[in-house]
Design a protein around this ligand. Sequence first.
Ligand SMILES: Nc1ncnc2c1ncn2[C@@H]1O[C@H](COP(=O)(O)OP(=O)(O)O)[C@@H](O)[C@H]1O
Length: 190
Amino acid sequence: MINIVLFGKPGAGKGTQAEFLKEKYNLTHLSTGDIFRFNLKNDTELGKKARVFMDNGELVPCEVTTAMLIDEVNKHPDSAGFLFDGYPRTLDQAEALDKFLPTIGSSVTATIALEADDEILVARLLERGKTSGRPDDQDEEKIRVRYQEYNEKTAPLIGYYKEQNKFHAVNGIGTIEEITERLTSVIDNL
Ligand SMILES: Nc1ncnc2c1ncn2[C@@H]1O[C@H](COP(=O)(O)OP(=O)(O)O)[C@@H](O)[C@H]1O
């Protein structure tokens, strides 16, 4: 089983690249953002718990997110591996994942970060907000909150995975194909 954590700031292109990688490596793509948005749209209990945080650009509390993630993994017992997109996003979540995966006989294989400059990413998000319908992409204030959340809570994961020798980074600026190429060359060399 191979488990890849796709890592990067909001707008770095994780979702776009995940679409290619899941096909190529036959992985189950789990995007916590997409799962939350689905629950918001359907006004589920989970959606109700997440809404206020998401609307403000803040992270949803760890217990809620981790319980949801574990549920999703358990829905795919025959999966050849997972592509985690948007999870983990805090040290607590990374530790929770490292505790959970061994219970299904697995572990994180590698974390790959898509790197790009903040200013480029903010511009990309505002552009995406024009068509995506995502309220958190339409308001520069909320975008800034997401970057603050990233810098405070998510960036420390780089050190966490480096210590385990599981951190890889690729340049996230270029055409979609170029970036897919960079990612696949990391995965093929794992
Ligand atoms: N692992 C997570 N932990 C906490 N909240 C999360 C997590 N993943 C997604 N969310 C919530 O969903 C929102 C949207 O996530 P996502 O679609 O990954 O967007 P982006 O990477 O563009 O900020 C986040 O701002 C946050 O509120």
